[in-house]
Design a protein around this ligand. Structure first.
Ligand SMILES: Nc1ncnc2c1ncn2[C@@H]1O[C@H](COP(=O)(O)OP(=O)(O)OP(=O)(O)O)[C@@H](O)[C@H]1O
Ligand SMILES: [Mg+2]
Length: 232
């Protein structure tokens, strides 16, 4: 089933056009990666999908419905969730209260939300009462992805989950993404780590200067990043 269908969207910041005629799609259960150099427009694309930016041309259909004018809050209610690039948590709140907020906004009980998050990232149990502001970059990202999973999203958008993280934490992020794949959770993930992309992607869109220049069907047979690298 087609969960997302994007046709010919153009997006600009003021007069600066950033996305040019982007068309893409995602089928239920797919994990699709978006790759591209810095400034290619990857974050702008995810923000547009989440309803945070409005395309001035083209259309986005999510779960069979046009998203223009629906807005991020209502899209979230319809199961579309977004983990932003900036890894912002509620710093002054405990890890538990960060999860409690997600539980509340998704109408899930706190024990259930904690169970959901810690089942995919058990180490978070050790930090439950700590202030989220004191977590390392990797722990924050894991909390953010865990939080986004509380509401059992239909489609999760994740912007550069491993950016700036040490190899050991990248392994934890990788495990969560594998877990999502086995649970058949649909996701669009922006990622620079091509080894992760090659291991997990069903399909890959390559962006350059606001365009999608290539769509790659990933065989999953190889960790060879050469083909992908040649487009970056
Ligand atoms: N708020 C903004 N106002 C004006 N221009 C912006 C704004 N945000 C991004 N841009 C510009 O839009 C283009 C695409 O930016 P975007 O952040 O989407 O790229 P990206 O592919 O996510 O890059 P990175 O890999 O660095 O995260 C860049 O030229 C950037 O300078
Ligand atoms: Mg970005």
């Amino acid at each position: 089933m087609r969960l997302l269908q994007v046709d010919g969207i153009n997006v600009s910041y003021g007069r600066a056009m950033v996305l040019h005629d982007i068309s893409m799609h995602l089928n239920q259960g797919e994990i699709v990666f978006v790759v591209g150099r810095n400034g290619a427009g990857k974050t702008t694309l995810l923000k547009t999908l989440m309803g945070l930016l409005k395309p001035w041309k083209g259309s986005i259909l999510y779960d069979g419905e046009k998203t223009l004018g629906i807005g991020p809050v209502n899209l979230a209610r319809k199961g579309l969730h977004y983990v932003a690039q900036d890894k912002k948590v509620f710093s002054n709140l405990s890890v538990k209260d960060n999860i409690a907020l997600a539980a509340y906004s998704n109408s899930v009980s706190l024990p259930e939300a904690i169970k959901n998050v810690t089942s995919i990232y058990p180490k978070l149990n050790d930090f439950m009462e700590n202030k989220a502001g004191g977590l390392s970059g990797g722990q924050r990202e894991l909390l953010l992805i865990g939080r986004a999973l509380v509401g059992q999203p239909k489609l999760l958008l994740i912007d550069e989950p491993t950016e700036g993280l040490a190899a050991i934490v990248i392994r934890d992020i990788f495990k969560i993404l594998v877990h999502m794949k086995t649970e058949n959770i649909s996701a669009i993930i922006v990622e620079q780590n091509l080894s992760i992309v090659n291991q997990l992607a069903d399909r890959i869109y390559v962006m350059r200067e606001g365009h999608i220049i290539k769509e790659i069907y990933n065989s999953g047979q190889t960790e060879d990043s050469n083909e992908l690298e040649s487009y970056l």
